[in-house]
Design a protein around this ligand. Structure first.
Ligand code: NAI
Ligand code: AKG
Length: 447
């Protein structure tokens, strides 16, 4: 599909002019505007009230200096960001990413996507995102702590449990959230649910660690059931070996599939016997090492340097590493190898050309903002538990996560069908996420 609606073309041209040199942000906006064409045509009040012009412009974004001292006593300086994109349906909510590739474009694309994702969960959360170009790779625990404390020293002026609630993303897990929480508490002298993904001893939720990967598999389970099949006996290719990839691998295996690949930014491993997650967790969560060590430890597995896993024969692909990690050529290789189902665990891992290739070949494709919404949904459940001053059991949180993912799938199916694009989950996710935000913006006047 192309962007042919003249109103939306104008909105997109303004985005290009206002955000030059921001390819990821432009890519994310283009896809959403493309999907929303039938909605804008059916609902003239959206144009009259400037909803589209407003929804593509962040409410607020700030950038700040993050100075910290390394283990040699030298001062280092990184750049911090937070975008507070849209608060129509709740306080800003979204993760913090620590990776050298972080810049304004990456943070804005992630914040924009987060608005629609959070809306799909049905929980009251607006969209935000943040991070820094700090590279945690090879840093000591003490360096990570000093960086996190410096980052929070500025961030704490702008967030709060009713304003903006950050969480983890690439490079931010339990260790970092702990350091960030400690510094917020110290500076603000308040003990509140200002972050999610917290440790269980200080207000975290059971199942938040597993939630994005598990949620991805619950979404895929519905995709498979809709087409009359299941995970049982299927071969799955996963990219990444971080939080999302690890728990996607665990749940897919529990549901009867065999996961044969995982990766990191250096290369991928192939294990024809099914990935041994204990080994991956030891490498990635304990030793913080590289995935190639897996092939050194597990007989029969192979490591391929400098490649992604998409040339592997599989029924299901779950990209769980990073944006634009699966291009048109990769999509064609997956299709040629018999892959029939794809759901995105990472944010925007497939390029637009890859998505088009999947859809043209009849591959059932679940986009990130629906398929990986289980993480933020469970963050929403962590916020609920913090407000209630109660903790739910693992089973209770997992059941709620499951039900939310099933509901998101059916929201996508219904929204796509309503606007004449049956089974197009990209259209369904964008439309389903958009309508609640648009209705809230219309109700709240020009703001
Ligand atoms: N953690 C969460 O709850 C959620 C994460 N996501 C998305 O899932 C993806 C993965 O995040 P996490 O697992 O949390 O992060 P993580 O830091 O635990 O793991 C990131 C993984 O991606 C790999 N990676 C990073 N850059 C890469 C590159 N350029 N090429 C290949 N691999 C690369 C890393 O080696 C690692 O395996 C990201 O796109 C993130 O935005 C989406 C929803 C929620
Ligand atoms: O749990 C959260 O608040 C954010 C998760 C996240 O960053 C994402 O959904 O991309």
């Amino acid at each position: 599909m192309a962007l042919t609606n003249s109103y939306l073309q104008g909105v997109y041209e303004t985005v290009q002019k206002r955000n030059p040199n921001e390819p990821e942000f432009q890519q994310a906006v283009y896809e959403v505007l493309e999907s929303l064409q039938p909605v804008v045509e059916a609902r003239p009040e959206l144009e009259k009230n400037g909803i589209m012009e407003r929804i593509v412009e962040p409410e607020r974004m700030f950038m700040f200096r993050v100075p910290w001292v390394d283990d040699q006593g030298k001062v280092q300086v990184n750049r911090g960001f937070r975008v507070q994109f849209n608060s129509a349906i709740g306080p800003y909510k979204g993760g913090l990413r620590l990776h050298p590739s972080v810049n304004a474009s990456v943070i804005k694309f992630l914040g924009f996507e987060q608005c629609f994702k959070n809306s799909l969960t049905t929980l009251p959360m607006g969209g935000g995102k943040g991070g820094s170009d700090f590279d945690p790779k090879g840093k000591s625990d003490a360096e990570i702590m000093r960086f996190c404390q410096s980052f929070m020293t500025e961030l704490c002026k702008h967030i709060g449990q009713f304003t903006d609630v950050p969480a983890g993303d690439i490079g931010v897990g339990g260790r970092e959230i702990g350091f960030l929480f400690g510094q917020y508490k110290r500076l603000r002298n308040e003990y509140t649910g200002v972050l999610t993904g917290k440790g269980l001893s200080y207000g975290g939720s059971l199942a938040r660690t597993e939630a994005t990967g598990y949620g991805l598999c619950y979404y895929m389970k519905e995709m498979l059931a809709y087409k009359g099949t299941s995970f049982e006996g299927k071969t799955v290719a996963i990219s990444g070996s971080g939080n999302v990839a690890i728990y996607a691998c665990q749940k897919a295996t529990q549901l009867g599939a065999k996961v044969v690949t995982m990766s990191d930014s250096n290369g991928f491993i192939y294990d024809p016997n099914g990935i041994n997650l204990d080994v991956v967790k030891d490498i990635k969560e304990v030793k913080r090492g590289r995935i190639k060590e897996y092939a050194e430890r597990v007989p029969g597995s192979v490591y391929t340097e400098g490649q992604r896993p998409w040339g592997t024969k599989c029924d299901i692909a779950l990209p769980c590493a990073t944006q634009n990690e699966l291009n048109e050529e990769n999509a064609k290789a997956l299709i040629a190898n018999g892959c029939k189902f794809v759901a995105e665990g990472a944010n925007m891992p497939s390029t637009p050309e890859a998505v088009a290739a999947f859809q043209a070949a009849g591959v059932f494709f679940g986009p990130a903002k629906a398929a990986n919404a289980g993480g933020v949904a469970t963050s929403g459940l962590e916020m609920s538990q913090n407000s209630l001053r109660l903790s739910w059991t693992f089973e209770e949180v997992d059941q709620r996560l499951h039900d939310i993912m099933v509901n998101i799938f059916h929201t996508c199916i219904t929204a796509a069908e309503k606007y004449g694009h049956k089974d197009n989950l990209v259209m369904g996710a964008n439309i389903g996420g958009f309508e609640k935000i648009a209705d809230a913006m219309l109700a709240q006047g020009v703001c």
